[in-house]
Write a protein that binds this ligand. Sequence first.
Ligand code: CU1
Length: 519
Amino acid sequence: MGEHHGPAKGIKRWLFATNHKDIGTLYLWFSFAMFFVGGLFAMVIRAELFQPGLQLVNPQFFNQMTTMHGLVMVFGAVMPAFVGLANWMIPMMIGAPDMALPRMNNLSFWLLPVAVILLVSTFFMEGGAPAFGWTFYAPLSTTYAPPSTTFFIFAVHILGASSIMGSINILATIINLRAPGMTYMKMPMFVWTWAITAFLLIAAMPVLAGVVTMMLMDIHFGTSFFSAAGGGDPVLFQHVFWFFGHPEVYIIILPAFGVISEIIPTFSRKPLFGYSSMVYATASIAFLSFIVWAHHMYTTGMPLAGELYFMYATMLIAVPTGVKVFNWVATMFGGALTFEAPMLFAVATVFLFSLGGFTGLMLAIAPIDFAYQESYFVVAHFHYTMVAGAIFSISGAIYFWLPKWTGKMYNETLAKLHFWIAFVGFNVTFFPQHFVGLAGMPRRTPDYALQFADFNMISSLGSFVYAIAQLIFLFVIIQTIRSGTKSSEEKTWDGANGLEWTIPSPAPFHTFSTPPTVK
Ligand code: CU1
């Protein structure tokens, strides 16, 4: 009764957080924790694949590992990391006092741990955790699924609710809370990419909710959406799933594009090249992402006309993506470049994501995909987009903005060490997987033929190196927060003196807790 003076302290500060910075911090730490949980699953996978034969785990547990690795990384690590970055940066970038809907912001976050605990608890249930892959194709996920699948379905619903509320909040903030003078075409690129991502999420997540609800009906209520025996069709599952699933991969990568569009101009000492073409390219990619879903289904027996359509539509995405890569390179061209850790991660993202884009083009070619599909080549391809695209850019964003968030500077030497070990570890892990895939090694297998042994051993060694790099990352972050040196003006590179925010923003830092460094 009238005792609430001043901000809440201790656990209440976090449980009842409505402040966009505290919620951003919650999202980022949660994401980091899930990154290590998903990483642990990956280490089990790579340890088993270190040698041919079955050593560590039984095939059922191996499948649970691949399933949970994918789900935890996509829904627990990568998506929450970008929502955390959005919470921290969007209000400050557009001059808003906070997110538009602060209490819903709190609910969006706290649903996440509930969903992930629900998901991971399936390990301890009868029949074990789901083992049907992160794409949970029917009938493996319906007729042949363990009882815990119902909990998996519930967890997906909660994750979807969290994402949709987060997206509504971000859009409401961008549309309503821009400072005077902050017109749409003056917004920083990170804000633009998130605005478009929020549209994608609001359109795609209900489709995911729909497909798991159809699964629930098939499992418990006697329907036959995905059962041929009852007049349904398992291929329908793949259509509905990928109508969500393909936009989902752009939900993950568009905010990454936004992050590197902030970092590269800063360390090039030049404004972003082709700002408006960047906005239109992002919107084009988002639109195209909804009309290419069946490129995941070339081998399901669709008509030739369908295969041709999905092949050409998919290849079309290379055009706006090429515009973006051109703009990033043109921003760097002739710039006064320096390569601190955020820039190293950003440049690596551009280069390695482009490699993932090229293998994506290869996979888009329908007749060739008949040979590649379900091979390790696919695994190599999407880890170049998801790890080198999304996670490298998140790492860069953390180093870029950590001085702004904490008022302290991280250890540049250790951050660069983190980058180089991660860069080498990542490529040693995933580049050989192209070769074993092209040579015919199937994905999602705990065992393989002897001719794949050498490359798999190299791949496993690389993954352990990549894991060590993440321990350095954790150390640098904790060290910065606890004792980092006070960040000086030129070392915060927060854009106040840089060129990427030359736009008039009346009070971009008025919500910032430490004094801003505006000249
Ligand atoms: Cu796709």
